[in-house]
Design a protein around this ligand. Sequence first.
Ligand SMILES: [Zn+2]
Length: 178
Amino acid sequence: MSRNFQAERLNLQELAQDGQPWSETTLLKDLQRLANEAKGLNPSDAVQWQVTGEFRPQAGAEDQVWLHLTAEANVPLTCQRCMTTVSTPLEIDQWYRFVDSEEIAMAEDDEAEEDLLVMAPQFDLMTLLEDELLMALPLVPMHETCPVTPVFSAGDPAVEAAEAKPNPFAVLGQLKKS
Ligand SMILES: [Zn+2]
């Protein structure tokens, strides 16, 4: 079967009809907001992702589209203890349910385990993937064991300040729902 899905303008109905997992690799340098957070990104650094769509029946209405997204990447970040690069594994495994309107998404989101998104004829999967990766970034990237003598030691005010900072991407979780 020919599969000419476009990740930036994904036809969710077609993906759900197809029903097969769609796997791709995207270079991290092409995800600009994520690339901005990285340190010493290699041109070949990439995220491997897979998405599957399916229709699920709901009582008294049209079938709903559900989407399952998984992704794995190693992102080079700056270790906040020794300030050298730390390759940080990120993993995404999330279900989404597509609803007809913002109102429904807002009303049902709190009790739903899956994330609710508003149905669109052309869905931007790349932005969703990048948002998820940004939200998965550790607040304070750090080696388990630093390869060099740490600049800061544990209990250092600088480290504590960094740990107390809110995740700047936490807001994305809110934006997604609004
Ligand atoms: Zn380190």
